[in-house]
Design a protein around this ligand. Structure first.
Ligand code: NAP
Length: 228
């Protein structure tokens, strides 16, 4: 949020100051949900939780969310939130058909605690769409220099899986992005998906995921086989 000490992570200084700066930029007195971006290895989790709780006490946030916390870290901070009475309601993890880490413990913690997940990169930054089925378009995220997390190598590694998934999407009468979002939403702890888009037509396509959110057991098994 600023160059120098305490400019990120989870200290009380960072959380209170970055919320104040955001509210100024938003020209708002409060936000509905204030998310803590990622766990801080150098700050006790109690300090982070208390700072987030203070935002609610000060009327600057109605609810608290966290992002990128592991199952264990989520369990630990939830314990502090429960003790404080903090309205902690949501976790924002990365989740998509090519990255299913949350199924390895986090979804159980969220289900036990009654916390929803809003998943980011549900389209694997575009890999789970029709974007790369016929090569790498010049205007795609992979081709842009400002995109450090997606590379031509990643397309090469995933394209055969993506093509197999696309066949199932076609059998369902959906685009691949629609099926990828519907698949994300069939996970019981996923309350919503945080979709990215570089143009309006992509959002118009993706929103049609809502037309068919159900999967047969055979479809889920076929997807599982492709992803295994
Ligand atoms: N909490 C965190 O740590 C964290 C981290 C990352 C992101 N996020 C949040 O999550 C949001 C979404 O992340 P993301 O952008 O990686 O999500 P994503 O939905 O997985 O990927 C979005 C990209 O996929 C392509 N795309 C989307 N819809 C398409 C369609 N219908 N057909 C073809 N291509 C389509 C576009 O790529 P092109 O640009 O190539 O057109 C678009 O930019 C971000 O805006 C951010 O707010 C949070």
């Amino acid at each position: 949020m600023w160059p120098g000490p305490y400019s990120e992570w989870g200290s009380k200084k960072n959380i209170i100051a970055s919320c104040d700066q955001s509210l100024k930029r938003l020209q708002s007195d409060y936000v509905d949900i204030f998310y803590h971006h990622r766990p801080d290895p150098d700050t006790p989790i109690e300090e982070t939780a208390r700072a987030l709780d203070l935002l609610v006490q000060q009327g600057k946030a109605l609810y608290i969310g966290i992002s990128n916390y592991s199952a264990e870290q989520t369990k630990a901070i939830t314990k502090v939130f429960r003790a404080l009475g903090t309205p902690f309601i949501i976790h924002q993890p990365r989740y998509n058909m090519l990255d299913r880490w949350i199924e390895d413990g986090l979804t159980d913690v969220l289900a036990d605690e009654g916390i929803g997940a809003i998943t980011f990169s549900p389209l694997a930054q575009g890999l789970l769409t029709n974007r790369y089925l016929n090569g790498i378009p010049a205007d795609s995220r992979v081709a842009r220099p400002d995109s450090p997390f997606l590379s031509p190598e990643k397309v090469d590694q995933t394209i055969s899986t993506v093509q197999e998934l696309n066949k199932i999407a076609q059998q369902r009468g959906q685009s691949l992005s629609e099926m990828a979002l519907a698949w994300n939403l069939q996970q019981p702890t996923v309350a919503s998906v945080l979709v990215g888009a570089s143009r309006l037509s992509q959002l118009q396509d993706s929103v049609h995921a809502l037309d068919n959110l159900t999967f047969t057991a055979e479809e889920l098994a076929a997807i599982q086989k492709i992803l295994a």
